[in-house]
Design a protein around this ligand. Structure first.
Ligand code: ADE
Length: 406
């Protein structure tokens, strides 16, 4: 990684202007900073966990996760010693599960290679799994008060506006420019408060939409404000549209249990359990897709699957639309396979087990459409979607039930 000093080299000194901007930001942050739990002691371990959780996730969402995580895993050694399923369970609902898997990997590396102590150097931090340039800069500056830049989405927006940067900030050129400016601005002694101040300003004042310029401590330093078009910055290159995915999902019951499939270790929802589903092929109807899903499981259904409804689920690059079905196999049926034909582990989970296993949010949404053990059902296959929230984990977001019964 390029160091702050290297990045600063060759840049015109702007001491007067930059100094006034720094001072205004630091003054504002001292008054406006939110009392967040990882700001109580600035313990580097806590800063690390908070930074990983805050990637792609709002502070309010992170707070309960952070509290539960610290109760379960109070230090690096606790993370290093935890089975991956426990880490994933604690992460359930936050999404981007590679973050939790990488926390486990990085914690084990910190124990084996760094005596169990989180390194302070951004370059060394950067060599750990799941720690990129932003997170390395954030841990080093916020956790250790080392003078190094940390540029995330909020900081890119703030600097893109302050300097009315012509290059889109979500391009390599735009990012390089933003990092250069951040490196030039970060003070030698007060890096923690300065970097956090930029992040806080982006979260509270210099928001993506409707920035509160009249309440901004940097308004008279801001080139976008001076032009009268703050929302025209930062410049951004439009993102590719999300790919649509249509598929079928099957809640397969056996007495009180429901069939779960384990995701492969890497990639989307890696290591989590899920209700089996698959993407429909071009021109393939739901019935054919269901038959393909069941193919090879060798499970005799009591009756054809019934439609429960539809789950829509948005991911960064994919918009999923799944028709959800429910079917039963006989409780006494004993030939339950341990894995799919392609080798993914399967298990029949009773409600208690369901609460303990890390489960993809998509599966929580499908369960909320109406799965409960067959013998408890009062309204076979119909009625309003019931919440059978397995507790423990996050409440699935409400879903509309749009499908017709078949
Ligand atoms: N976003 C990421 N890290 C943050 C922090 N330390 N404070 C506020 N927002 C953040």
């Amino acid at each position: 990684m390029v160091s702050a000093r290297q990045l600063r080299k060759g840049l015109p000194p702007q001491r007067g202007k930059d100094g006034a901007l720094r001072k205004a930001l630091l003054k504002w942050f001292a008054e406006a900073r939110r009392p967040l739990p990882w700001r109580e002691r600035y313990d580097p371990y806590q800063v690390w966990i908070s930074e990983i959780m805050l990637q792609q996730t709002q502070v309010e969402t992170v707070l309960p996760y952070f509290a539960r995580w610290m109760a379960a895993f109070p230090d690096v050694a606790a993370v290093a010693g935890a089975p991956q399923e426990e880490l994933l369970k604690a992460w359930e609902g936050l999404g981007y599960y590679s973050r939790a898997r990488n926390l486990g990997r990085a914690a084990r590396r910190i124990v084996t290679d760094h005596g169990g102590v989180l390194p302070a150097s951004p370059e060394v931090l950067r060599s750990l799994p799941g720690i990129g340039p932003y997170t390395a800069g954030a841990i080093a500056s916020i956790g250790f008060n080392i003078s190094t830049p940390a540029v995330d989405g909020n900081v890119s927006r703030v600097l893109g506006r302050l300097f009315a940067l012509p290059d889109p900030v979500n391009t390599p050129r735009g990012q390089a420019r933003v990092w250069e400016i951040a490196a030039r601005l970060v003070p030698v002694r007060n890096a923690r408060a300065f970097n956090e101040g930029l992040m806080e300003l982006g979260a509270l004042v210099c928001r993506a939409r409707a920035p509160a310029c009249n309440a901004c401590p940097l308004a008279n330093h801001c080139a976008a404000y001076a032009r009268g078009t703050p929302e025209a910055f930062p410049r951004k290159q439009p993102r590719a549209r999300r790919r649509g995915l249509r598929g079928v999902l099957l809640l397969l019951g056996r007495g009180k249990r429901v069939l779960l499939r384990k995701r492969p270790g890497e990639g989307l929802w890696g290591g989590l359990w899920e209700i089996p589903w698959l993407e429909r092929r071009r021109g393939e109807g739901c019935a054919a897709a269901l038959a393909r899903l069941l193919d090879g499981l060798e499970l005799p259904l009591c009756a054809p699957p019934r439609k429960l409804g539809v789950v829509d689920h948005g991911l960064t690059h994919i918009q999923m639309h799944l028709d959800c079905y429910r079917a039963e196999i006989k409780e006494e049926h004993s030939s339950a396979r341990a894995s799919t034909p392609s080798g993914q582990p399967l298990r029949w989970a009773a409600p208690g087990t369901l609460r303990k296993l890390p489960l993809a949010r998509l599966s929580h949404k499908a369960i909320a459409l109406g799965w409960e053990p067959a013998h408890q059902r009062t309204d076979p296959g119909g009625g309003a979607p019931r919440r059978t929230d397995p507790g423990g984990g996050p409440a699935p977001r409400p879903v509309g039930k749009r499908g017709k019964m078949v």
